[in-house]
Design a protein around this ligand. Structure first.
Ligand code: GUN
Length: 310
């Protein structure tokens, strides 16, 4: 079997195309576009790419996006002041502080910052009020990556109700909200983590397997029930030739990419899974573009909820 490709790039483009007229209608009524404030602290290479893509995509869909870059030496107090400024801003409906924050800010910094964002502008869905509303299956701003996964499954006609869903990873950003969204769509959900016993056996029960553990190529074919839908949330860049040769078969496009560029991007799912799964989201081109599309959707939603004209 060769897995059907769950094309996140195409689904994200479809979502953005659906958003555009609603964004334009908001702008016409409010006299301004929906606005997103993005804060990036420090110079983490991956984060710089992510926030640039978010800002670019927002602009292309007609939103206003302001990127605030702060040096890695920024104090937590200064970052909180910047969040407060965006909380008070009339032209910003959504606020996103890119994670991870510099380690020097301290262990609890991210939580303090996410807690400080006005829940009505919390387009990441990380504020405890929005998380609580999600747990109770009430209307809320929901974390972008897991809600993008749901869009991908639903628009690719993967049945969720009654399915056995296994989520590998229990992060606040992906694993936990992912489990809730699947549960609210009537899947039977198992959350696995680093202490789960016999992880391959548990994963192999899944009709829907979501890999969000952050270990490149960790999920091999023994984790996957033949025909299952596998969603790869991981993203890593390999620069070590021996590792690339261990994971990718000779003659594969990934090896050619590595030979050309000296690196290759892959997710948590081993490429051999494509031979077993019924459907598989690729990396890149799977969940990543959907995360951005859902951020735009959340920003429009926050703008509409705050009310045109404010
Ligand atoms: N870092 C990785 N993913 C995310 C995300 O969805 N939101 C924010 N704010 N930071 C991230």
């Amino acid at each position: 079997m060769t897995a059907k490709r769950l094309d996140g790039t195409a689904v994200a483009a479809q979502i953005r195309a659906e958003l555009k007229p609603a964004v334009d209608a908001f702008a016409a009524k409010a006299g301004r576009p929906p606005g997103l404030g993005i804060i990036l602290v420090g110079d983490d290479a991956a984060s710089q790419i992510y926030v640039s893509s978010k800002a670019k995509s927002a602009g292309e869909t007609g939103l206003r996006a302001d990127l605030v870059r702060l040096p890695a030496s920024t104090s937590l107090e200064d970052l909180l002041r910047e969040v407060d400024r965006l909380n008070r801003s009339d032209v910003h409906d959504g606020i996103l502080v890119q994670a991870p924050l510099p380690a020097a800010m301290g262990a609890g910094a991210a939580r303090r910052v996410f807690d400080a964002i006005d829940p009505a502008k919390d387009v990441d869905g990380f504020h405890p009020l929005n998380v609580g509303r999600l747990v109770q299956n009430r209307d809320s701003l929901v974390a972008c990556t897991p809600s993008g996964v749901i869009e991908l499954l639903e628009r690719s006609n993967v049945p969720i109700a009654g399915a056995s869903a296994v989520v590998v990873g229990r992060s606040d950003i992906v694993g936990k909200p992912m489990a809730m969204l699947l549960l609210h769509r009537n899947a039977t959900v198992t959350i696995c983590h680093s202490r789960t016993k016999d992880l391959p056996r548990v994963c192999a029960q899944a009709d829907i397997l979501v890999a969000a553990l952050g270990k490149a190529a960790f999920v091999t074919r023994e984790f996957v029930k033949p025909g299952a839908a596998v969603i790869d949330v991981g993203i890593a860049r390999l620069t070590d030739r021996a590792e690339v040769e261990r994971i990718f078969a000779p003659g594969s496009p990934a090896r050619a990419t590595f030979d050309k560029r000296g690196s290759v991007v892959l997710g948590d799912v081993h490429p051999e899974v494509a031979k077993v799964a019924g459907a598989l989201s690729p990396v890149p081109g799977g969940v990543g573009p959907l995360t951005i599309a859902m951020l735009l959707k959340n920003t429009l939603r926050a703008a509409e909820a705050r009310g045109a004209g404010r």
